[in-house]
Design a protein around this ligand. Structure first.
Ligand code: FMN
Length: 170
C-alpha cells in the first residue's frame, strides 16, 4: 500500500502531530506551504480567519506532492472556522478526482471534529473518507498528543491492511 501524508500547520501543533503520525506509520510527513509567506502573530490570525470566512483557496508553494500514485492519502490540518485550514482546502481542490481514499487528521481548539469539516474535505477532493480523528490544541500543548496519535496510527494500519490497492503503483 502506498500512503501519502501531507500536513499544513500555521503555529506548529499540526506539524508536531503529523511528525509523530509519520514516525508511527514509517512514512515521511510532507508539509504544504503557502506561495506567499503568512503574517505572524495576531495579524496572522486575523488574516487566516478572513481567508476562512471568505472561503479563499490560497496558492501553494511549488512542489506539493501529487496524490494520484497513492492508495491512501492522509491530510493533517488545523480547523479554521469549522473546516480544514484554507491551504489544505486548496490542495484538496487542486487534486479533485486524484485522491483514492482520504483520511482526515485535524487539530482544533475544542478537540472535536466539526460536523462539516470532513464532508467539505471529501467534496473538495472527490474522495470517500476512510476515517478521521481530531486532537485538541491543549492536549498537544501539554505534550500529551503522542499517545492518541500512535493509537490512531495502529487502528489506521489495521483498516488499511483490509484494503485492496487502488493506485496501480508498483
Ligand atoms: C483562523 C483560525 C480559526 C480557527 N477556528 C477554529 C474552530 O472553528 N474551531 C476550533 O476548535 N478551533 C479553531 N481554531 C484553533 C486551531 O484549529 C488550533 O489552534 C490548531 O491546533 C492550530 O494548528 P497549528 O498550530 O498547526 O496551526 C482556529 C484557529 C485559527 C487560526
Amino acid at each position: 500500500m502506498h500512503i501519502l501524508l501531507v500536513f499544513y500547520s500555521r503555529t506548529g501543533r499540526t506539524r508536531a502531530l503529523a511528525t509523530t503520525l509519520g514516525q508511527a506509520l514509517g512514512i515521511p510527513a510532507t508539509e504544504l506551504t503557502d506561495a506567499r509567506a503568512r503574517i505572524r502573530g495576531m495579524a496572522g490570525f486575523v488574516e487566516a480567519a478572513m481567508g476562512a470566512l471568505l472561503g479563499r483557496l490560497p496558492a501553494l508553494a511549488q512542489g506539493a506532492p501529487d496524490p494520484q500514485r497513492y492508495d491512501v492519502v492522509i491530510v493533517a490540518s488545523p480547523i479554521w472556522l469549522g473546516r480544514l485550514a484554507n491551504p489544505m482546502r486548496s490542495w484538496l481542490h487542486q487534486h479533485n478526482g486524484r485522491v483514492a481514499r482520504l483520511v482526515v487528521v485535524a487539530t482544533s481548539g475544542s478537540g472535536k471534529m466539526p460536523a462539516g469539516a470532513w464532508a467539505d474535505a471529501s467534496k473538495l477532493s472527490g474522495a470517500g473518507l476512510l476515517t478521521s480523528t481530531c486532537i485538541g490544541e491543549a492536549v498537544i500543548d501539554q505534550g500529551k498528543g503522542d499517545d492518541p496519535v500512535r493509537y490512531f496510527a495502529q487502528s489506521l494500519q489495521q483498516k488499511i491492511s483490509t484494503l485492496k490497492p487502488q493506485s496501480g503503483a508498483a
